[in-house]
Design a protein around this ligand. Structure first.
Ligand code: PLP
Length: 477
């Protein structure tokens, strides 16, 4: 018996999901971000592969029953851990359309619709970030993939400086690729380099302090020694939201024939507000730029984008892999499967297109400025609280601080506090190590977040911090 010949009504199943949505979305702001008490439901996912299926209505009902309780409600307003956006209403609906239409989105021949949506979405994004319209671009699953894309183009360019077509012949026989960065370099840049065969340890870090700020003189000296090199700038690092001096690094790149790659996973969005646009000065002078959609653009996972100044670098790096059935339809058709690391891919342009069309430049600017205000409010509340210590000025949407108490091991106390906050679940923020100190670093990038959520964050941190101290004192006595 082939159950799919029954033509299960897909529309009924989608209606089931739609029927569950209003209740879930209405509760989202009031839910625990992660409810530890719901974790027993995860057992419901388990079991052997069914020999005879349970049928689709019951299976979807089960997925909804478990998921709406046991999922981490990270698209709600109080998930401040890592850097995690929610889905705007238009983006979420656009994502449902993506599944409804289920387009093979790598080739014009497979879907002129998806390709056109991607080309338009990329053009709108370049406009949003102040990047020149003639740059090349491609949507990726994430900023990690966008870093991979930009750095693969950098490697291709660098091979060319040594007379080698790396895409065709590989990097064997070439010297190690010099990659120069400040201490702000994100782990995903190293991951990209390890995938690319350059090696993650090829990164030379030039920092002038223990926060990781760029040592431009050190970079200049290194560039003078290395010959053609890749310079990586961070626009928005994850500990305190700080920026490398991109414009000055663009000068260095110009002086020394280096490729400048900018990792702007969330920080690129500073370009949207006149209050913060100076932080990304010089980004339009880069050779490649990476950013995320699933962070500050608030479109669903997975969403990232890579932009490259010399558009032809993308095709050179990712195209022509000898598959005759993939021949481009004509010279005007764009085949994104030859411009990025993926081949088959979903139409991830649709939620981006829908959200940008729905809210426009002004809508996004308003959201970003609200988040800037909220970060300032959090900074103010931290400074007002005698038991909290601000560790770095809030530049953008990340506020780095810790709990303090006289005579305590503050690293141990804050590590315990981080764990207690996650188990409590009312707000969600974990720890990092900043200048050798264990610290909290909430990132505010979710469109639902308001002042009340920020106030609750401070209340919860102080309450749990005080409770931990009591437990600590009791243990000592
Ligand atoms: C999040 C982040 C990345 C990686 O992004 P993913 O979407 O998780 O792959 C890279 N760089 C920076 C600065 C980030 O904040």
């Amino acid at each position: 018996m082939d159950p799919l010949l029954d033509r299960d009504n897909a529309a009924d199943l989608l209606a089931d999901v739609a029927a569950a949505a209003p209740g879930y979305l209405a509760d989202l702001p009031d839910r625990l971000v992660r409810d530890v008490a719901s974790h027993h439901l995860l057992d419901g996912l388990d079991g052997p592969l069914p020999e005879d299926g349970h049928g689709s209505p019951g299976s979807i009902a089960e997925l909804l029953r478990i998921g709406t309780s046991a999922a981490t409600h990270s698209s709600g307003p109080r998930f401040f851990h890592f850097v995690v956006g929610g889905s705007t209403p238009a983006a979420m609906a656009g994502d449902w359309v993506t599944s409804l239409l289920d387009q093979l989105s790598g080739m014009w021949a497979a879907s002129p619709f998806a390709i056109t949506a991607e080309t338009v979405a990329l053009r709108w994004l370049k406009d949003l970030f102040g990047l020149p319209p003639d740059w090349g671009g491609v949507l990726t699953p994430s900023a990690t993939f966008a870093n991979l894309t930009g750095l693969a183009c950098a490697r291709q360019w660098w091979g060319e400086q040594h007379g080698v077509d790396v895409a065709a012949d590989g990097i064997a026989g070439l010297p190690r690729t010099p990659v120069i960065a400040s201490g702000y370099v994100h782990p995903s840049v190293r991951k990209a380099l390890q995938i690319l065969g350059c090696g993650r340890d090829t990164v030379q870090v030039h920092a002038r302090d223990d926060a990781g700020r760029a040592d431009l003189d050190g970079m200049r000296r290194a560039l003078a020694d290395t010959g053609p090199a890749v310079l990586v700038a961070s626009a928005g690092e994850v500990n305190a939201g700080d920026f490398d001096p991109i414009d000055a690094m663009a000068d260095l790149a110009a002086e020394h024939r280096a490729w400048l790659h900018v990792d702007g996973a969330f920080g690129l969005f500073a370009a949207l507000s006149p209050r913060t646009a100076h932080l990304v000065d010089g980004v339009a002078r880069a050779d490649s730029v990476a950013a995320d959609g699933h962070k500050w653009l608030n479109v669903p996972y997975e969403s990232g984008f890579a932009f490259v100044r010399q558009a032809h670098r993308l095709g050179e790096t990712f195209g022509s892999w000898n598959a005759p059935y993939l021949a481009p339809e004509d010279e005007n058709s764009v085949d994104y499967n030859c411009l990025g690391p993926e081949s088959s891919r979903r139409a991830r342009a649709l939620p981006i297109w829908a959200s940008l069309r729905a809210y426009g430049r002004a809508g996004y600017r308003a959201m970003i400025e609200r988040h800037l205000d909220l970060a300032e409010r959090l900074e103010f509340l931290v400074e007002e609280s005698p038991d909290l210590e601000l560790l770095a000025p809030a530049q953008l949407c990340v506020v780095c601080f810790r709990y303090t108490a006289a005579g305590r091991d503050l690293d141990a106390l804050n590590a315990a506090l981080g764990r207690a906050i996650l188990d409590d679940g009312r707000v969600y923020v974990g720890t990092t190590v900043y200048r050798g100190m264990t610290a909290l670093r909430p990132a505010i990038v979710n469109w639902r977040t308001t002042e009340a959520d920020i106030d609750l964050l401070v209340t919860v941190v102080r309450e749990l911090g005080a409770r931990l101290q009591l437990i600590d004192s009791a243990k000592i006595m």
